[in-house]
Design a protein around this ligand. Structure first.
Ligand SMILES: [Zn+2]
Length: 175
């Protein structure tokens, strides 16, 4: 799914939860951040290549908005790190490992981890075999589920309509 919709869905989830129990602002912000970071962290090697190597700002923009197979030509190390960072943060196996590791601090990290999990679980069915399938079982396999690409126009309309309806319901419950 697109990064804005990820952030909005997690924000709505946190907003809903905040109506049932107190959610500190920092925890809410961390949860939304974890809901969008999987689509941002893999840009860091591209940014580093643009800042310290011979990449350009335009390369970052072209990479961020590229269609499959139309990414700009990049230096091999930037491609390598960007690819593996993207896979790592979209892997249910990695997320499960981190979740187990952080279990003793569940009270503090549970909500942000839920934000991360939401990103993975939403992305799996909203990418297709042709449109960046999510390597949900990385590093065991790079194969992903052949779902519906989130940029399908009718799905974009439906998704943002659902977000708007949920936001309205949440707002009505507050007032
Ligand atoms: Zn993603």
């Amino acid at each position: 799914m697109d990064i804005l919709a990820h952030g909005l869905w997690v924000g709505l989830g946190v907003g809903w939860l905040a109506q049932t129990r107190p959610v500190p602002r920092t925890l809410a912000a961390a949860t939304v951040a974890m809901g969008v970071l999987p689509d941002l962290v893999h840009l860091l090697p591209i940014v580093a290549w643009a800042v310290f190597g011979d990449g350009t700002i335009d390369d970052i923009r072209r990479y961020a908005f590229a269609a499959p197979g139309l990414e700009p030509g990049m230096t091999p190390w930037a491609v390598f790190w960007s690819h593996h960072l993207h896979c790592t943060l979209h892997s249910a196996l990695v997320a499960a490992g981190v979740t187990l590791l952080l279990r003793p601090w569940w009270r503090h990290v549970g909500l942000p981890l839920a934000g991360w999990w939401s990103h993975i679980l939403i992305d799996v069915p909203t990418h297709s075999a042709e449109f960046y399938p999510v390597p949900v079982l990385y590093p065991l396999t790079m194969r992903g589920f052949d779902g519906l690409a989130w940029n399908t126009p009718w799905f974009m309309v439906l998704n943002y309509s659902a977000i708007a309806v949920c936001a309205f319901v949440l707002w009505r419950r507050r007032t």
